[in-house]
Ligand binder design. Structure first.
Ligand code: B12
Ligand code: SF4
Length: 532
């Protein structure tokens, strides 16, 4: 069999990082790890090719080569995915769709010959056999969530590595918490399943052998879902980094209780973790309680963030507006919190009721669901449910929050606050005191890619940008006050550009949506029953 694996295109969103990636000469942030894993699970005798439409064009001759097309994707990729399925159908080509989208969109709506719900490890052998025999069923649903020990080394040979800014490795799936709006726990479960240390090291070795030296994203739902196992891996990573002298920087996602464990934070720092994405959601305690985000309650969120930053780890934050508990002061409180947090990359989104979640079920039973949503909560101009606050006020308030936090001055203030915490100036020595030998914290930043990004940044932001004065002021400070962490400062300046461009686009999208707004009806219970 000739299997063509296709990854559909993402729309332009805050998460696409499109406007920052241009500076680096990259086409996408990360490769499709799901399809690379599926490819490794398919029979050896099959021939495989992968086309990621985010970095290359899907040509008719690719389709002509294939016996079967296998697609993966998130809910947000549905437009592109459906267009590809349609293109295949027109040629009479068999299609299989899997990935998170199949847990959010009813199988019939995906229009594929076969839909796979769940993780491939436990069902791919049956699917491959049935495809070979021509007896494949319309829907395959994994009966159980597989242990990670059976997850293979992803097939790295299928991707064009240089077109991505970051490579990915998955250590665990699932998260022990129970946030009402979360679909992670519905798709991947609440018991964190981890790979063995040797499996992770083998994946890193594979990347190293292929010449990768840039950042690696550990794409876990919650890297510290099982703290004891995470520490075991981190100790091994510290040792491995020393042995191979590999300059991988790591990025990951974790829960805020990371701040409660100094040993864990120290190990992450030692293992080369440079940033972590945390779901903070809201500065309003009532909102956290009502959405069951209890791990973020009964603490100072600001202090927790600062503690993590103190270990030299940048915090990226996820924030949500639109909880039933939100009052009209939530917008000011959100801006104030984000400014004080020193979180440069703040992903603020409108609450979205993702199909299959506890939130979706509750709102549905209250007759408040409007539609299944588009799978994107950070670049959206409307809600998929009836909120308790007036919907127009909520969307306008969201737009204002984005404009205020991505205003150039406000953004650079946060970057500086973070840099001060993560890279404090060495204390001045008293007269006569001898210098202590400190471990080297700064990595060589001036690689070819980074130099190119710096030049692009100076041209686009400093020469043609709309906020030249703020940019030059920041650049001057980065080169003087923050020269020991100049690389981190300039990387964040480039990221800021993406957020400024996207905020302007968001504002226009909201204007257009407000003008064409129609009265909205809620879904009838029977129309949504299949995705509850
Ligand atoms: C890394 C990551 C990203 C990366 C992009 C990665 C990429 N290139 O695709 C970044 C950070 C950019 C990102 C962004 C977003 N993401 Co994201 N992301 C992830 C994360 C953490 C890991 C993805 C991964 O590599 N997994 C590892 C692989 C091995 O797992 P997998 O893809 O699920 O594949 C397995 C199965 O699904 C199945 N399978 C997959 N494909 C196929 C195909 C076939 C044919 C078969 C048989 C089986 C099969 O088998 C595989 C092996 O078991 C997941 C969470 C997760 N646990 O997966 C969220 C996740 C995929 N993201 C999600 C979301 C919502 C987003 C955003 C829309 C967020 C937002 N609020 O706007 C954005 C959109 C991106 C954009 N450009 O606009 C959701 C998707 C929910 C859904 N139902 O669609 C997830 C599940 C997390 C969540 N609930 O929040 N994301
Ligand atoms: S901590 Fe994050 S991954 Fe875990 S249940 Fe809550 S939202 Fe989901």
């Amino acid at each position: 069999m000739n299997a063509l694996l296709i990854y559909p295109e993402f729309p332009e969103t805050f998460w696409s990082f499109k406007h920052a990636l241009k500076f680096l000469g990259k086409r996408a942030a990360q490769p499709p790890l799901g399809l690379m894993t599926v490819a490794a699970l398919l029979p050896r005798a099959w021939k495989k090719r992968l086309v990621d439409t985010n970095v290359e064009t899907l040509r008719d001759r690719d389709l002509a080569w294939a016996d079967v097309v296998m697609l993966s994707g998130m809910h947000i990729q549905s437009e592109s995915l459906l267009a590809i399925v349609e293109r295949c159908r027109a040629r009479g080509l068999r299609t299989v769709v899997g990935g998170p989208i199949s847990s959010s969109v009813p199988a019939a709506e995906l229009k594929a010959n076969h839909v796979v719900i769940g993780e491939a490890e436990s069902l791919i052998a049956d699917l491959a056999r049935d495809l070979e025999r021509g007896t494949a069923r319309p829907v395959y649903q994994a009966a159980e969530r597989p242990e990670m020990a059976v997850s293979p080394l992803p097939d790295l040979s299928l991707i064009k590595m240089k077109r991505y800014s970051t490579m990915t490795v998955q250590y665990s799936r699932g998260c022990p918490f129970n946030c009402e709006f979360c679909d992670i726990i519905e798709i991947y479960g609440r018991r964190p399943r981890t790979k063995a240390v040797a499996q992770v090291l083998a994946e890193l070795e594979q990347l190293r052998a292929a010449g990768w030296r840039e950042a690696v994203f550990i794409v876990d739902d919650n890297f510290i879902g099982n703290k004891a196992r995470a520490k075991e891996l981190l100790r091994a990573l510290v040792e491995w980094r020393t042995q191979v002298r590999a300059g991988f920087d790591f990025i990951t996602e974790a829960s805020l209780n990371l701040a409660d464990d100094p040993e864990l934070m120290q190990l992450m720092r030692d293992a080369g973790f440079k940033s972590v994405f945390l779901g903070i959601e809201t500065p309003d305690e009532q909102g956290l309680v009502s959405s069951n985000k209890l791990q973020n309650t009964r603490r100072s969120l600001l202090e927790s963030v600062a503690r993590i930053q103190g270990y030299g780890i940048e915090v990226m934050g996820g924030f949500i507006l639109g909880f039933d508990t939100d009052k009209e002061d939530i917008f000011d409180r959100m801006v104030e919190f984000i400014q004080k947090s020193g979180i440069p990359i703040a992903m603020v989104g409108l609450l979205q009721a993702m199909p299959g979640t506890q939130l979706f079920r509750r709102l549905h039973s209250e007759g408040r669901i409007v539609d299944a949503g588009g799978g994107n909560n950070t670049f959206c101009d409307r809600l998929n449910f009836l909120p308790s606050m007036d919907a127009t006020k909520l969307v306008d308030g969201y737009r204002e929050v984005m404009k205020r936090i991505y205003n150039c001055e406000a953004y650079y203030e946060r970057v500086k606050l973070y840099l001060n915490r993560a890279h404090p100036k060495p204390a001045r020595r008293a007269a006569g005191e001898r210098a202590q030998k400190q471990p080297r914290q700064t990595e060589p930043w001036m690689t070819r890619d980074n130099l190119r990004a710096l030049v692009n940044s100076i041209v686009r932001q400093g020469v043609f940008g709309r906020h030249q004065w703020s940019y030059w002021k920041f650049l001057a400070e980065a080169a003087t006050r923050y020269r020991r962490c100049f690389g981190a400062a300039m990387t964040l300046a480039v990221m800021g550009y993406h957020f400024q461009v996207m905020t302007q686009k968001l504002s226009k999208a909201i204007d257009a949506a407000t003008k064409s707004a129609q009265p909205r009806k809620t879904m009838l219970p029977e129309t949504s029953a299949h995705i509850l």
